[in-house]
Design a protein around this ligand. Structure first.
Ligand code: SF4
Ligand code: SF4
Length: 182
């Protein structure tokens, strides 16, 4: 009995050692450039850049497959930061491709049928609700990506533009022309 236990402990230790060694030996190093680019992106996962989230867009930029001016939620500030990071020139948004007015989604709770389709579509979990129950938006979590609008079968979700005020107003980036200073 004791010998069988010792054999099992031995096998477990050996397997643990093999797994530990494999984890170190075969560790897949992330691409540091992709991580830096992704850190600049706003993490709204909204897909407005044409990619299924911020990380795939960061990977495409790092591979040179995508331009740095495709992310409306990041605004010109995001493009400037990417340009500085990659050592390339600033590139303005294409015609009609720039940031939209800040807005959040709003659900008409009297019309909502509780189908949960919007909840499933929201990439940042800004919607709360349950099947056959009223759903509502956590405005402070909503990025205004509009991904919940199309799935709603009763069209009870609308976008409400946020008035600019002291809490969401900020300086235009860059505050001073960096090139001029250098
Ligand atoms: S609630 Fe709608 S608009 Fe707001 S983040 Fe979620 S999917 Fe986007
Ligand atoms: S998709 Fe529309 S109807 Fe369905 S839960 Fe969301 S708001 Fe309600």
């Amino acid at each position: 009995m004791i010998s069988a236990l010792l054999v099992m402990v031995g096998i477990a230790l050996l397997l643990g050692a093999v797994l530990g060694y494999s984890a170190i030996k075969f560790k897949i190093e992330g691409n540091p450039l992709v991580e830096k680019i992704d850190a600049v992106l706003p993490q709204t996962q909204c897909g407005q850049c044409g990619y299924p989230g911020c990380l795939p867009y960061a990977e495409a930029i790092a591979k040179g497959e995508a331009d740095i001016n495709l992310c409306p939620p990041g605004g010109e500030e995001g493009i400037h930061k990417l340009a500085e990071l990659l050592g390339v020139d600033f590139k303005p948004f294409g015609e009609g491709k720039g940031p939209r007015a800040k807005a959040v989604a709003f659900i008409d709770e009297n019309t909502c049928i509780g189908c949960t389709l919007c909840l499933q579509a929201c990439p940042v979990d800004a919607i709360v609700g349950a099947a056959k129950q009223m759903h509502t938006i956590i405005a402070s979590e909503c990025t205004g990506c509009e991904l919940c609008l199309a799935p709603c079968p009763v069209d009870c979700i609308s976008m409400q533009t946020l008035p600019e005020n002291i809490s969401n107003w900020k300086w235009q980036y860059p505050v001073f022309p960096i090139k001029a200073i250098k």
